[in-house]
Design a protein around this ligand. Sequence first.
Ligand code: SF4
Length: 631
Amino acid sequence: MRILLLTPPMVQVNAPYPATAHLAGFLKNTRHTVCQADAALMLALRLFSRSGILKLTKAMSRRSRSRSVRHFIRHAPEYAATMDPAIRFLQGHDPTLALRIASRRFLPEGPRFTPLARLPVNTASPFGDGSTHDLAVYLASLYLDDVTDAIRDGVDSRFELARYAEKLAASAPSFDGIASALRRKPTLVDSMIDAITEELIRAHKPELVGMTLPFPGNVYGAFRMARYIKKQSPGTTVVMGGGYINTELRNLSEPRVFDYADFITLDDGERPLLRIIEHVENQKTPLLNFHQRHQAPQFERTFFRNANRVCYVPSAPPASTPRLPLSNFTPLFSGLPLDRYFSMVELPNPMHKIWSCGRWNKLALAHGCYWQKCAFCDTALDTINRYSPTSPNVLIERIETIIQQTGQTGFHFVDEAMPPALIRSLAELLIDRGLKITWWGNIRFDKAFTPDLAALAAQAGCVAVTGGLEAATDRLLSLLDKGFQLEQVTRVTHTLSEAGIMVHAYLMYGCPSQTCQETVDSLEYVRQLFDAGYIQSAYWHRFALTIHSPIYRNPRRFGIRIPRLPKPVFARNEVPFVDSIDCDHDALGRGLRKALYSYLHGAGLDLDLQAWFDIPVPPPTLHTDFVTRQA
Ligand code: SF4
């Protein structure tokens, strides 16, 4: 069977999203022909090209009052002339162009450049170290952001660089929004997605297309592609799976979804996909007798439609068959255009740029999380609660194979939380074998990160970690079952930064029962961590209550009430709640973001905390040397 694995638009553009490579690695030893394609990258490269700019110029609304649109229309010839060179530069193919871009006389500069307006031309770099290349990547990224803003304001309001029509899918209880958007007159972006689908179908002639839907921002793109496939090639079987489906579609009961997809699978995709492939082959084999052809399909964790009803098969017998985690197979990247991904830098902050800059190979050390207790986390899901570490020797083999495939030695370990014991064994093996890689990944601020482990990890190539500091007060860390207190976070971040490992902290505000005072205190703690150099980057998320979390299962323990909601037929994940504490989290969020933006640029660390907020807030109760005393 010819199988095409697809990443639909839009996801990141600096490296392949790993799902199709994992499935291709799993399927490579079967007798099927497996190809993979990244339609998100294809769309981005089509829009960000000379011919894309010419099409955008024609499609751009002349009535728009947006500054981005007016600037784009005025400078369209310059955008058309510079887009191909700029993308080649961001792909790493033309490094000498950095000098011209950094001169700030090469690229048109729209509203995204406003914060730089005060810097003198030709001399200033927000990087402060005279790095021409970094500055040029930053400027070229602002230039693409300007074009993205113009597309959003003047061509298609749903378009963003790493997501498309996200609002149609995120926690959408009904399929109506996606269904009606698919019926509407296509925008230029829609037409490009249709054209890409046609090309892929013509080139690969797949009998089965498997699509990964990791985020709400690529769900509409996936259905758009599936719609086209079903119209042009109705005999092709379409299968959808991935993180969004695992999280949001577990109670799917909308039959219209199956106008586009034949099967929807939950959790790790290997076994469900294999069962579907067997089923499709059986259906197409003329030599099978009637009984064989009509025996009950042996699906596993799969939704399908039967007589206009949605059916779900939880697992195929024998139920005791061991599950096959993604980590059991070496990803296969062949067929993906690895030299066409492009880097972007949204902020001149060394830790922040690690996400969008560079072609990191993505690999997991383990399936699931070794902690599994945080009260806000989706601990009811298989991706979190089935912990299964990979052996260090197998990891080393995989790392070597991936380097051979991609030519890249940078690794992003995409674990929920890299287990410290496994980090130790892997680091020892990397050092023993003299295998030089550069790596980063997510951790818990676990006390196991001693100076000895941090030094070992750094020696083995670890350059950065990210970790959940969440609400950053001792009371809330306990309530949320994080398993550590601020004192431990201070010690671990200090230890890591002493070892030369950069730290990014995920922060949360608006948690159940969180007071204004606690929010201000958490900002003060974060300010002190930045000031001490223990963290280099952070991001503040608004707390979201999800149906797979311990808080949802026991809201009273957290002082909240969850209103009754009608049963959804499509997606369900985030739900509203009523807190017993009255606090203007929206206003606090604005202040937190302003302060953090400034700290990321290394500024404002000595400013009075209350000045960041546009509502009255109390002064922090945390002592000003809280962090330095604890380290
Ligand atoms: S938040 Fe992170 S550390 Fe906590 S249970 Fe979830 S995955 Fe594990």
